[in-house]
Design a protein around this ligand. Structure first.
Ligand code: ADP
Ligand code: MG
Length: 691
């Protein structure tokens, strides 16, 4: 049995959410070490599962010591040996009826040693045995305690990943206290669910996972129970948020598609069915008296921008203002140019505001926004961090939203006041099983087809040493009136990283294509960037050597060849995004991936997927399988720690189950899930200041 008696340390179950320092024996120093392990509240300990166990049950007499093994011994202290020479360790010689052993201490003070190992006293020790210069030793034993604690030490003990300042002994004192005092919680699942998965209670599952009996196996029923708990809590939070938006009354927008019609008639293409449907869905939301919170999902090149502009035309028709935001200044500028063009013959007043807008212009824009003299404001996401006053903002559109997490989305949804509808746009292909888990707080419109004139991009791979062949290929493309992107991972050459840089590649290409080559990266000034892109857009330059800043959204209809160096460095989803920069007109797009010589099996597999498929969803799924969920483009940056226990790949069936289960119980009293939501740390997302 555990040595620490089950004295009640929790007065009620909510104590689980108290700071870790609430626990006896956890002072500022230990708190700090625990914080390094992301353990701040008591319940954080629960998700920090052991990965293995240490077996201390091998208790032997001193004639049975085995070097290399962890053993537990009962011995009497015979002699202290504290050498006066620096760097020599302190030693305590111990014995039993069968033999002798040296207990060796590095970095321990004499007084401490004398206190824990007084002469002639019988003690219990546990640690790794070794054999050195003809004697058995244990160096810095893991346990030195009195012999009546034999049941506490002589056993299998769960092994946690610990950091500096935390050892098994000190961590055990904390975790065991918590585990032994876990409250019994009312079951939140119905019997069918428990039976189907053979689930045990929440408490039993936690106890089992924190015991030595269980390996850190993702697929045991205890782990799966907690995974479902976590998935459910996530879905519930999102669904609660969704309901909250649905209950927000707003002034409905009444319009006759006047400007929108004019725009559509003047497009030099026909909208796809998907685009038309998305526009209808959005229009319906705009007209309703409930606030819209919708995401428009569509692979790169599926034509999201025009959907947002056409719907904003309707909002503008009602006299409400609209704000469209993009992640980068470059993209904002491009949206601005497009908007200028399509609203050309209307009275709509459009302005561009980015971090690089000069002070005077900015001031003027802000004043005009407040007076309602600007109808459509286009800018960077950063706009939102600043306080901007609109006269009557009615529509916020966020392009490439994948960098926002749930919390940011929440604050976004509340920005602009209750009359303001919100549309997010994302090209991040989310595997179907994850859709609700990630976007369950929003309504979703999807563009599943690409414009008909689009040919799938041909993808090739080449070893770097054949780089000279590319010159010929580029020449051919240029003579076909195409433009070329050349992407490198770095801006400047690095001493540490063996990746190519845009500066070096630019020099190299410039020699071969003088006056046609330009360079772009994040460190350039805004006006420089604008100028470069402007020139490229006007086809004054033909080759753009760039970092991944071209990744998001920018649209150059004549760019039909993209070359990506060190393609290994990028994730599949990112490569897919990058190649989506070409072939956006009606001509054939080509993508050449350059690799170092020796490709790993994994890399070969990755290229195969890219070559085979132009379906962003499939690629995302494969990417997820190969690199794990965290690597899906954007989710690292979102700041959401998505799951502590659940694993989107191994627990895919549970994600599906949770969705159906939530649907089934949606009309029941869901209060019993409140504690679960708190347990998984999602509560603050729902119970925000507006409640
Ligand atoms: P994304 O969904 O990646 O943001 P964009 O909105 O930038 O895609 O559109 C990519 C390109 O496709 C643009 O040049 C745009 O003018 C064009 N486009 C959009 N819709 C259509 C369509 N229905 N038919 C043909 N081209 C279209
Ligand atoms: Mg876009």
């Amino acid at each position: 049995m555990y040595y620490i008696l089950s004295m009640t340390i929790f007065k009620n179950k909510d104590d689980l959410f108290k700071n870790i320092s609430f626990l006896k024996g956890v002072g500022p120093k230990l708190s700090k070490y625990l914080k390094n392990k992301r353990i701040e509240k008591i319940n954080d300990l629960l998700w920090h599962l052991p990965y293995s166990s240490t077996d201390r049950s091998d208790m032997v007499t001193l004639d049975k010591l085995e070097p290399g093994k962890i053993q537990t011994i009962k011995v009497r202290v015979k002699r202290h040996n504290f050498p006066r020479i620096r760097n020599l360790p302190n030693k305590v010689i111990c014995e039993d009826d069968f033999g002798k052993i040296d207990i060796v201490f590095f970095n321990s003070r004499e007084n401490y040693i004398k206190a824990v190992l007084p002469l002639n006293k019988w003690v219990l020790l546990s640690g790794k045995v070794n054999y050195y210069k003809n004697s058995y030793q244990i160096t810095n034993p893991d346990y030195i305690t009195s012999i009546n604690k034999i049941d506490y030490v002589k056993k299998k003990i769960p092994k946690y990943s610990l950091t500096e300042g935390l050892n098994e002994k000190s961590y055990r004192k904390i975790i065991e206290k918590v585990i032994m005092n876990l409250p019994d919680l009312d079951e939140w699942y119905d019997n069918d669910t428990l039976k189907k998965f053979n689930f045990k209670s929440w408490k039993e599952s936690i106890l089992k996972l924190h015991s030595y009996e269980i390996d850190n196996d993702l697929n045991n029923k205890y782990r799966r129970r907690l995974a479902l708990d976590e998935i459910m809590s996530n879905l519930m939070v999102l669904s609660k948020n969704r309901k909250r938006f649905k209950e927000t009354n707003k002034k409905n927008k009444i319009f006759d598609n006047l400007i929108a019609k004019h725009i559509v008639e003047n497009l030099n293409y026909k909208l796809t069915k998907g685009q038309e449907e998305a526009i209808n869905e959005i229009n319906k939301d705009l007209k309703s008296d409930k606030k819209m919170f919708r995401i428009l999902q569509g692979d790169v090149g599926s034509g999201k921008t025009i959907v947002s502009l056409i719907t904003s035309a309707n909002v503008l028709e009602t006299g409400f203002q609209t704000s469209l935001m993009a992640p980068t200044a470059i993209l904002a500028k491009q949206h601005y140019n497009l908007a200028k063009k399509i609203f050309e013959k209307t009275k709509i007043k459009i302005e561009l505001l980015t971090g690089k807008t000069d002070y005077k212009t900015r001031k003027k824009i802000l004043a005009e926004l407040k007076k309602g003299k600007i109808d459509l404001l286009i800018g960077t996401h950063a706009l939102f961090q600043k306080k901007i006053e609109f006269k009557n903002l009615g529509y916020i559109i966020i392009d490439e939203q994948h960098k926002f997490g749930v919390k940011q989305r929440m604050s976004l949804a509340e920005k602009g006041g209750k009359n303001c509808d919100v549309l997010l746009m994302s090209a991040t292909p989310i595997p179907r099983t994850m859709m609700l888990t990630i976007y369950g707080d929003m309504d979703v419109s999807r563009l599943l087809e690409k414009p008909k004139n689009r040919l799938p991009i041909l993808t090739y791979s080449k070893p770097e040493k054949k780089i000279d062949e590319l010159v010929k290929i580029i020449k051919k493309d240029l003579s076909d009136n195409n433009q070329v992107f050349w992407v490198c991972p770095l801006i400047n050459d690095s001493q540490i990283l063996d990746y190519s840089s845009v500066t070096k590649r630019y020099e190299w290409l410039k020699k071969k294509f003088p006056s046609q080559t330009s360079i772009l990266h994040g460190e350039l000034k805004q006006d420089e960037k604008d100028l470069i892109l402007e020139k490229f857009l006007q086809k004054k330059t033909k080759i753009l050597v760039s970092t991944t800043v071209i990744e998001v959204g920018i649209d150059f209809p004549d760019a039909n060849l993209i070359i990506i160096e060190n393609a290994n460095k990028f994730g599949l989803a990112q490569l897919h995004q990058l190649r989506g920069r070409v072939g956006r007109g009606s001509r054939q797009g080509k993508c050449i991936l350059l690799f170092k010589d020796n490709l790993s099996k994994n890399s070969i597999q990755r290229i195969k997927i890219l070559k085979k498929s132009s379906d962003g969803f499939l690629i995302a799924e494969e990417d997820m399988k190969m690199r794990g969920f965290g690597d899906i483009i954007g989710f690292q940056q979102s700041g959401d720690k998505f799951f502590k226990i659940a694993d989107p790949i191994n627990h895919a069936d549970l994600f599906v189950y949770a969705e159906n289960y939530l649907e089934k119980i949606e009309n029941d009293n869901l209060e019993k899930f409140d504690f679960l939501i708190k347990l998984y740390d999602k509560a603050e997302i729902i119970y925000s200041k507006n409640d």
